[in-house]
Structure formats: C-alpha cells, structure tokens
Design a protein around this ligand. Structure first.
Ligand SMILES: [Fe+2]
Ligand SMILES: [Fe+2]
Length: 147
C-alpha cells in the first residue's frame, strides 16, 4: 500500500478513537477506548518518524527538513500528554477530560498539517514504487514498535 494511504487509514482510526473517548460518559469505556488509541498512536508515530520524517530530512531540502523536524516536535508534545492521560487515575475527572480534549485538538491539527504539507512533499520527492516500499516499511515498523 502506498505510504500516504497507509498513514491516512491510521489517521481516520485515530481521530475516530479519540472522538469516542471524548464522547463517552462511562469511565471504563473511556479507559478501554483510550488504551486502543494510545497503542495505535505510539505505533503510528514511531513508524512514521522512521519511514517518513527521516526520509524527508534525508532529502536535504530545506522545507522537507523543517517539516520532518516539526513532525518530531509535535509527536514529542503529544507523547507528554499521552503519558499524563495514561497516569490519570479517573478518566471521568474534569482534569482527564480536559487533557483528552486537548489531545483531540492537537491530533486534528497535526493530522491536517501532515495530510496537507507532508503528503504533498512525499508525492513530490518519491515516485509510486518508492511510496509503495515506504508503505511496506511503515507496516513492518509498526509491528516492531512496543506500545
Ligand atoms: Fe501521522
Ligand atoms: Fe505524525
């Protein structure tokens, strides 16, 4: 599968899961959905860094390098929030709810930037067969990440 398609599939699932976390009014259900979300987010992000961001940085093009580093930075911020949510004792508390809401907002922002800017760069810098190889490498990396 082409890399942009593989990324987009995960993006849809991640948005669906975090939305459901926010919508749920049951603590156990929130926790269960959040666990699914956290696992996919970690696998997706680590594989994306290795296969997509590193490839963009390696092009040596200024805009691509910056986009790759911007992606790493946003992942780092999301990781911090993810750790706070994982550590939160009560998923129905106002604090946890606020963190989950901010997670949804930063995720939506991050995904929009990726699909607008990074997808365009990937399509410009890599041909179809390279993009398919990147898609395979992405799926393989995801399997290897411990989440
Ligand atoms: Fe992504
Ligand atoms: Fe990302």
């Amino acid at each position: 599968m082409e890399i942009t398609k593989a990324l987009h599939t995960d993006h849809m699932e991640l948005k669906k899961l975090i939305k459901a976390v926010n919508k749920s009014e049951d603590g156990e259900e929130r926790r269960r959905l959040f666990t699914q979300f956290a696992e996919l987010l970690t696998k997706h992000s680590k594989a994306e860094e290795k296969v997509v961001y590193d490839a963009l940085i390696a092009t040596g093009e200024e805009e691509e390098e910056e986009a790759g580093h911007e992606g790493y930075t946003e992942h780092m911020l999301a990781d911090t929030l993810l750790a706070k949510l994982k550590a939160g004792a009560d998923p129905m508390s106002p604090e946890w709810s606020a963190e989950a809401k901010v997670m949804m907002e930063i995720l939506e922002h991050h995904i929009k930037e990726e699909e607008d800017e990074i997808f365009a760069q990937v399509k410009e810098d890599f041909d179809t067969s390279e993009r398919k190889e990147m898609g395979d490498a992405f799926e393989a990396q995801k399997e290897m990440v411990k989440a």
